[in-house]
Design a protein around this ligand. Structure first.
Ligand code: ZN
Length: 418
């Protein structure tokens, strides 16, 4: 890693409201950037570790990391291709059908997705002849989208890009932001850009992991350097309101361990009535304590408990001479492994369907990543499922480990062996 990549731009102000950050949500120690997958040659140059300490803003309750790394560094060669997950593709297809029906989209509409990845979602609108445009900062991922017929621009989204687009193409009928809000360093500029991009009657949908589910499901491994912010509906409401928008509907989804799909429009748009779902969820969050600083305190304790149980299991398996391997190399595996201090001596290797990751290593722990066939070849006793949000899909796809008595391990929310 060059010194340029390690540019430190830490600040102590809240990313949304600017208040100073004093209250720790959880401290997960030090870890390298989890979406960089080094090759063996990279080991010689060493790796930079950053603190993974999360704060709760006492003013707006935005849970957030300090920013240590320039976003351009993280996302310019981003190895995450959405299309490698079957269930995520199905989710995207259902979404497109639903939006097309609910908001009457047709060949005269204009749909924009920010952080459109490899076109995994927009491709379904393209099939229905609905004009689309993807905005994607990672050039290698955008290239894959263009190859499948999804027009895509390689840009970081913000007010500047939004103004350019409106001038060029007019506003959008639907603006989609799936799993991007957490990764935005300039939150206010990004959200302001979303409003600018909307037609006066346009609809914005944002999907992001729900902070309430993260806390209740003990999903601390979804905290990593590339995810700067963690949102409740309460805080999201506040942020959108500050930028001239209003939330008119919300759905709770099972994706990524429990996400929200927030529907918003311009504040002055009176054609869309506010659904009861919004008040109901705000009430649920308040009851769970998310509107007071004290409500955020218990999380750190349950995280520690999870570490003890997982490490205890792996140590005892190692003493019995059992072979333990992993499945998947998602960003969350890095947080889990570093926080728990687990290396190759406890988990021999992992596998991933994404060819980009095969032949590389998990950051820091240097656990090697192979093609999934490796599991059948080496017949491990245990397979740790790192992307636990896809556990059903993986359990089914890798069910053949039962042939030799193999078992699955899922460490979160609490250790489960089955
Ligand atoms: Zn704040």
């Amino acid at each position: 890693m060059t010194s340029e990549l390690a540019t430190v731009i830490a600040s102590h102000g809240c990313r949304f409201c600017g208040s100073s950050l004093r209250r720790t949500f959880v401290d997960l120690g030090m870890s390298p950037l989890c979406e960089t997958y080094p090759t063996a040659a990279d080991f010689r140059s060493g790796e930079v570790y950053y603190p993974l300490r999360v704060y709760t803003c006492e003013e707006c309750f935005l849970v957030q990391l300090e920013e240590y790394q320039k976003a351009e560094t993280i996302f310019s060669d981003y190895p995450y291709f959405s299309s490698y997950s079957d269930s995520w593709l199905k989710h995207a297809e259902r979404y497109c059908d639903k939006m097309t029906q609910r908001f009457g989209l047709d060949d005269k509409s204009f749909v924009v997705e920010v952080a459109s990845n490899d076109g995994y979602l927009l491709q379904y609108f393209v099939r229905q002849q609905i004009p689309v445009l993807g905005i994607e900062p990672a050039a290698n991922v955008a290239k894959a989208a263009i190859e499948k017929g999804v027009p895509t621009r390689v840009r970081f989204f913000g007010t500047q890009v939004a103004r350019e687009l409106v001038k060029e193409r007019g506003g959008a009928d639907l603006v989609v932001g799936n799993n991007v809000l957490a990764q935005v360093p300039q939150l206010n500029d990004f959200v302001e850009g979303l409003r600018i991009l909307l037609k006066p009657t346009g609809v914005l949908t944002l999907e992001f992991p729900h902070l309430l589910r993260l806390m209740e499901g003990n999903e601390f491994d979804t905290i990593y350097h590339e995810h700067f912010s963690y949102f409740s509906l309460l805080t999201t409401w506040r942020i959108l309101e500050a930028h001239g928008m209003k939330v008119f509907d919300v759905e709770e989804l099972r994706t990524h361990g429990g996400s929200l799909r927030v529907y918003a429009c311009r504040a002055e748009n009176t054609t869309l009535s506010v659904e009861t779902s919004v008040d109901r969820l705000i009430e649920t969050e308040k009851k769970a304590g998310l509107s007071s600083p004290e409500g955020y305190q218990r999380f750190a304790e349950q995280v520690k408990e999870t570490k003890f149980a997982f490490v205890e299991f792996l140590l005892s398996a190692a003493r019995q001479g059992k072979k333990v391997v992993g499945y998947g190399a998602p960003g969350k595996s890095a947080t889990l492994l570093h926080y728990c201090g687990i290396g190759k001596d406890l988990i021999e290797y992992t596998v991933d369907r994404n060819p980009y990751k095969q032949g590389r290593f998990l950051p820091g722990s240097h656990i090697p990543i192979f093609h999934p066939d490796r599991i059948r070849e080496t017949r491990p006793d245990y397979v740790v499922i790192f992307p636990w949000n896809l556990r059903d899909e993986i359990t089914e796809n890798v069910a053949f480990i039962r042939e030799w008595g193999g078992k699955f391990i899922v460490p979160i929310p609490r250790l489960e062996v089955y």
